[in-house]
Ligand binder design. Sequence first.
Ligand code: NAD
Length: 282
Amino acid sequence: MIIDGKELAARLKSGMARRVAQLRELYGRVPMLAVVLVGENPASRSYIRGKIKAAGEVGIESLLVELPVTVSESELLANIERLNADERVDGVLVQLPLPDHICENRVIASIALEKDVDGFHPLNVARLWRGEECMLPCTPKGIMRMLADNNIEADGKRAVVVGRSNIVGLPMAKSLLNANATVTIAHSHTKNLGDITREADILVVAAGCAHLIGADMIKEGAVVIDVGINHDAVTGKLCGDVDFEACRNRASYISPVPGGVGPMTICMLMDNTIECFERRRK
Ligand code: NAD
């Protein structure tokens, strides 16, 4: 079975559009997402375009704040402070990566906790790891929805997450742990990666290495979720970390790239923006 993230995201977004219309009725306004872009990184620009487009589809207002690559850290922080204080703004997202002269951690920590739509604020991270209610980062949230939508139970399963970043790998592993899976985290220093990935009932790969996972590295019947976004060195086409064609007949469920995790990540950003709006109203 192919897990079609694009179709699921479209389905969820139409539900969100109905919810946003209700919010307009109830409160006389709709959620607003502020997106801060520093510099001209083409990948960042393309991600932001996708996010603003999705906001438009569900009726969320968006506000794009573009700053030059030379912006100082204090100027960036002042912009975030302004968005934190702006009553109309429900969610604040700073597109990563930031230029080297800016401390990403300081910037992330400056976002108001109640507007942290990415779920990267240190207090949100702490809440996730303490098992408390939190704003879950969009990629793991989207993957958990993909599993749920396909009735894939994590409880009691062996799960392996390849990658240990703050953005994907770590919150993914904790989400699976919260769902009672037995979780192993593999990373760039892991020896004999295949021995570990072959144990997985649920394998989530977020390494950013094209063709990292071949058919010989997955168990027959495994659920395989591919987070990677790469360009194939030969064809130049977008591809994930999993060799999709080789693995598709061995896996029970597999998510493609493009059309898998990517659209779900953006969809969950909309979900988190609505959640921020609703929590702020409570
Ligand atoms: P990152 O570079 O911060 O982390 C990559 C992780 O993979 C590291 O923990 C590293 O140890 C591990 N790794 C790297 N090479 C490895 C190897 N050969 N074997 C085992 N582990 C290895 O990246 P990230 O931000 O976590 O993103 C990972 C990938 O997912 C990238 O391709 C990124 O573009 C993509 N991504 C996709 C979405 C989406 O919505 N689809 C969202 C975020 C990131």
